[in-house]
Design a protein around this ligand. Sequence first.
Ligand code: ADP
Length: 210
Amino acid sequence: MKMVFLGPPGAGKGTQAVRVSERYGIPQISTGAMLREAMAAGTELGKAAKSIVDAGGLVPDDIVIGIVRERLARPDCKRGFILDGFPRTVPQAEALGGFASLDLAVNITSGEDVIVERIAGRRMCRKCGDALHVKTLKGAAQCPRCGGEIYQRTDDNEETVRNRLKVYNEQTKPLIDFYSRKGILVNIDGDREIDGIFKDVVAVIEAKGR
Ligand code: ADP
């Protein structure tokens, strides 16, 4: 299964992508996570990306397209992959079409109020990459799934979230139409519990024949 997750920040793309990756044994490719790794390691890419990511803007298309093109060329992507956070603009989607053929685009929908509340309280696991919420963590310093260290993303604050939503509406939302016209789009309501959403995601994947 070669698939992408679409949806606004905080809709639960990454949460679902981690679970699909575990269930089907195909890699989750998150451009956001790759950029955060580069930022943490202080590479040239990381240094260039940091101010953009922290302001909630988009890293230039040619940079992310290059990263994804290289990643998809690796052998573990032969059987399939899950793209999470890419493409985010129409030019990215067009470029992707030149080096990969997708089976499915899952659009996770979510209301803006839900998103802001989720992101402001969101924490991440450094080890498994899962997203957690302060409400469920209840002060725990370790990931309940894998024991990894918990941290808060520097761009997960209310001000940056508003900008990320604006950028989403202007630049990423058009991808819903883009993939709808290609006949591979499925919408899933993201304003529900993780397990309920995952059940629907699995049903859609199975219906496509993996
Ligand atoms: P979320 O889905 O919660 O907004 P991501 O982890 O996918 O977060 O992305 C975090 C940030 O990394 C984005 O706000 C953006 O600055 C940058 N980024 C990630 N993917 C892309 C992309 N495909 N194109 C441009 N910038 C990106």
